[in-house]
Design a protein around this ligand. Structure first.
Ligand code: PMP
Length: 406
């Protein structure tokens, strides 16, 4: 097992300074930093074998195609999917959900049908469904949350009916850190033969992303939130659904035969991969997953649990600081406000101390409305963060408060 200093040394950006101070990067919910092996893997594509995949008969194209398909296998194994054909590369979580919402809507949704999401969703798991509902005359139903930021399960049960065609919920709230009871949500939906999509954008980097044990119908995530490159993401879909759904986009590579009269589509997974894919990103993602496995998912989980415990203790002791999202089941995200201090002021002053936090609605405006606030300051931690960084955050926040007291 690597020491924390060895782990941090794997991430070149962590050793930089901001305004002459060491960077304290606490915005991992927005995007994670990249270990050297991911940077090298992408660099290696462009310096040694860059060539378009699945097309050429020449050597470089063969290497690129093979590496791309190896990356698909790494994703399959990482999320414990049954088949490689169930793994589709996309530009990211947003791209994945838009694509499923479109295809699912075209194939299955009729006027009066309903889609259930929760009040905790990121805009990426709200707006594509709204657009689809508008197109198809369907209706969006929302599972409410309580004051701690947990979904109210009894209300979910009441929403399920013969009109429900799909449930789409996040595994973990990006705004509050709440971990949702996805297994129970899925089991209940399945008892009415309703498929479930899990937005794993935050869930995948913390803890389990085992699609077989969840038994979800779709699982989506972004590479950049699990130490991989930007511009690459995943749709996992059970083969049955992916076979039945029409493609979202048409173009090269997703076809079998094309005539002006009729086109037939390629087999899975290529039916959903139109045009030149981000193969360098996919290969970088494969390397990121290797890296996570080399640290160990259980090790990551226990390091982050300890960081959350320490950060909660440290920040809760600060007078005038209110934490939003107090569920006992949460990942290492602390969303907070300081009394009478705007979140942007807090964020800007912390930034000047080299501390990067996110401020605003976190693309989850309904969560903010639920608490009657405009936004929060969010510190989102991951396994390369340290207790010293949490102390620096605590001291930084105390300094912000003292500046406003003057
Ligand atoms: N869902 C959740 C829960 C997220 O946290 C995010 C990113 N903040 C997204 C979806 C969208 O991910 P991306 O911007 O990578 O498409």
């Amino acid at each position: 097992m690597k020491t924390i200093s060895e782990i941090r040394a794997d991430f070149p950006v962590l050793s930089r300074q901001v305004y002459g101070r060491p960077l304290v990067y606490l915005d991992n919910g927005a995007t994670t930093q990249k270990p050297r092996c991911v940077i090298d893997a992408v660099n290696n594509v462009y310096t040694t074998y860059n060539s378009n995949i699945h097309r050429g008969v020449h050597a470089l194209s063969d290497i690129a195609s093979e590496e791309y398909e190896n990356a698909r296998e790494k994703v399959r194994s990482f999320i414990n999917a049954a088949k490689k054909e169930e793994i589709i590369f996309t530009p990211g979580t947003t791209g994945s959900i838009n694509s499923i919402a479109f295809s699912f809507g075209e194939r299955y949704i009729r006027p009066g049908d309903e889609i259930i999401i929760s009040h905790l969703e990121h805009h990426a798991n709200i707006v594509p469904w709204q657009m689809m509902c508008e197109r198809k005359g369907a209706r969006l139903r929302i599972i409410p949350i309580d004051d701690t930021g947990e979904i109210i399960f009894d209300e979910y049960l009441k929403l399920l009916s013969e009109k429900t065609k799909l449930v789409s919920v996040t595994q973990v709230s990006n705004a509050l850190g709440t971990v949702l009871p996805v297994r129970e949500i899925i089991d209940t939906a399945h008892s009415g033969n309703i498929p479930v999509l899990i937005d794993g954008a935050q869930g995948v980097q913390h803890g389990t992303a085992d699609v077989a044990s969840m038994d979800c119908d779709f699982y989506v995530f972004s590479g950049h939130k699990i130490y991989g490159p930007t511009g690459i993401g995943i749709i996992y879909g059970k083969e049955k659904w992916l076979t039945e759904l029409p493609p979202y986009q048409g173009g090269g590579d997703m076809v079998d035969t094309v005539t002006f009269e009729k086109t037939t589509y390629n087999e899975l997974p290529f039916k959903f991969e139109a045009g030149t894919m981000n193969f360098a990103g996919a290969i970088g993602l494969g390397s990121a997953l290797d890296y996570v496995l080399s640290i160990g998912r259980e090790n990551i989980e226990s390091m982050e649990k300890e960081l959350l415990r320490y950060a909660t203790e440290r920040l809760s002791g600060i007078r005038g600081l209110r934490v939003y999202g107090t569920s006992g089941r949460k990942i290492a995200i602390i969303s907070f406000l300081l009394s009478n201090i705007h979140q942007y002021d807090t964020g800007l002053i912390l930034d000047k101390m080299g501390i990067a936090v996110r401020t605003g609605t976190h693309c989850a405006q309904p969560v903010m409305s639920r608490y009657g606030i405009e936004g929060t300051v969010r510190a989102s931690l991951c396994f390369y963060n340290t207790m010293e960084e949490i102390d620096m955050l605590g001291t930084g926040i105390e300094k912000v408060i003292s500046m406003f007291e003057k």
